[in-house]
Design a binder for this molecule. Structure first.
Ligand code: NAD
Length: 344
């Protein structure tokens, strides 16, 4: 049986990988919805409908839902820069919170029952322990994380009032690219570590800045949890796979018909210096690095335990080694030095 789903934000970095993985399972009919503010229409596979519009636009949503009649929806649309969110919190609440409210209202109106929400490590702020567990205290330290927590909380009440089931997937540091090298990370204003480092061997920057080497870690630089974007994408398709069981075998409902929140991490972290070293190995470039002052709001270490995702979703990561992750990113960037603008 084929399930019809809409991937909101499906032209973005992670969304485009979710779309690929959903298609690979052959269990979904996929529609992409994106306003292309940060996404790229070139990332949408041929034959997949792309509805260009905004999740804050009620009229647009009503027409898309009436046309495609989806059963489930993945919501990856968001404004994603922590720094920008501090400067303009209202814009972040408007897109990430109001946008989600409008989307949920349209879903309820059109009886779309399943909702997968892209949440973030940033909901934990300075985590109370490392690795952080799925149910640990959530105290965001910036508007970006706060908007994601607001949606996580709101979903609890929406589920109680309406027949909507949801899953929150909290991504840690998404990185790498599809192994074909056809899609990858292309953010206009790049803030993520691995693509920034790779700009050095690509000749786009002279050196990489490391913000702080006096953190409480083995080499003094911050530890983060890097997960391959295809592994993240896989967590989406597998859970929906379980939902298909719910729909067709009521006896499984007790086990899987429960809204859940999952951390998607590797349980293992790497320091910034280790990531730079991995990039040196993969690219064969010296990649000069310069130590700068600490930035505000960076915890020493942010690693997630994903025992719950592993036991409930059966989630298994394919990419275990950071060099393998960096190699897939490198393949994308060397074949697309100007991202999707690169002429074929
Ligand atoms: P992205 O910017 O590449 O993707 C977001 C997509 O949503 C873009 O294609 C953009 O055009 C679209 N979009 C934004 N606002 C929209 C709106 N109002 N209406 C319609 N489309 C809209 O970012 P990404 O890195 O792929 O992140 C995807 C999701 O994952 C986001 O929700 C982000 O908060 C979350 N996340 C990302 C990371 C990471 O490491 N990249 C980590 C944790 C969580």
């Amino acid at each position: 049986t084929i399930m019809k789903v809409i991937v909101c934000g499906g032209a973005g970095y992670i969304g485009s990988h979710v779309v690929r993985e959903l298609i690979r399972t052959k269990r979904y009919e996929v529609v992409v919805l994106d306003n292309l503010s940060a996404g790229h229409k070139e990332s949408v596979p041929e034959g997949i409908p792309l509805e260009v519009g905004d999740v804050r636009d009620k009229v647009f949503l009503n027409s898309v839902f009436a046309k495609h009649k989806p059963q489930g929806l993945f919501h990856l649309c968001a404004s994603i820069s922590v720094g920008e969110s501090v400067k303009d919190p209202l814009a972040y609440y408007e897109n990430n919170v109001s946008g989600t409210v409008t989307l949920l209202q349209a879903m309820i109106k059109h009886d779309v029952k399943y909702f997968v929400f892209s949440s973030t490590a940033a909901v934990f702020g300075y985590p109370e322990r490392s690795p952080v567990q799925d149910d640990d205290k959530q105290i965001p330290i910036n508007p970006y994380g706060e908007t994601k927590l607001a949606v996580e909380t709101l979903l609890k009440w929406v589920e109680q009032a309406h027949s909507l089931k949801y899953v929150c997937l909290r991504y840690f540091n998404a990185c790498g690219a599809d192994e074909t090298g056809e899609i990858g990370e292309d953010h206009a204003d790049e803030t993520h570590l691995i693509p920034l480092i790779l700009q050095v061997p690509l000749g786009k920057r002279q050196k990489i800045f490391i913000f702080g080497d006096d953190y409480n870690t083995h080499d003094g630089t911050c530890i983060r949890d890097y997960v391959h974007v295809t592994d993240i994408a896989n967590a989406h398709s597998m859970y929906i796979f379980n939902w298909m069981v719910i729909i067709y075998a009521v006896e499984h409902l007790a086990k899987t018909g429960k809204s859940e929140k999952f951390n998607l991490g590797s349980g293992q972290g790497y320091t910034v210096k280790e990531i730079v070293d991995a990039a040196r190995k993969v690219t064969g470039h010296a990649i000069p690095a310069e130590i700068k002052e600490r930035r505000a709001g960076d915890p020493d270490s942010l690693i997630a335990a994903s025992t719950k995702a592993e036991s409930v979703l059966g989630w298994k990561r394919k990419y275990q080694k950071v060099e393998d992750i960096v190699a897939t990113a490198w393949k994308w960037h060397t074949t697309h030095p100007n991202g999707y603008e690169t002429k074929k």
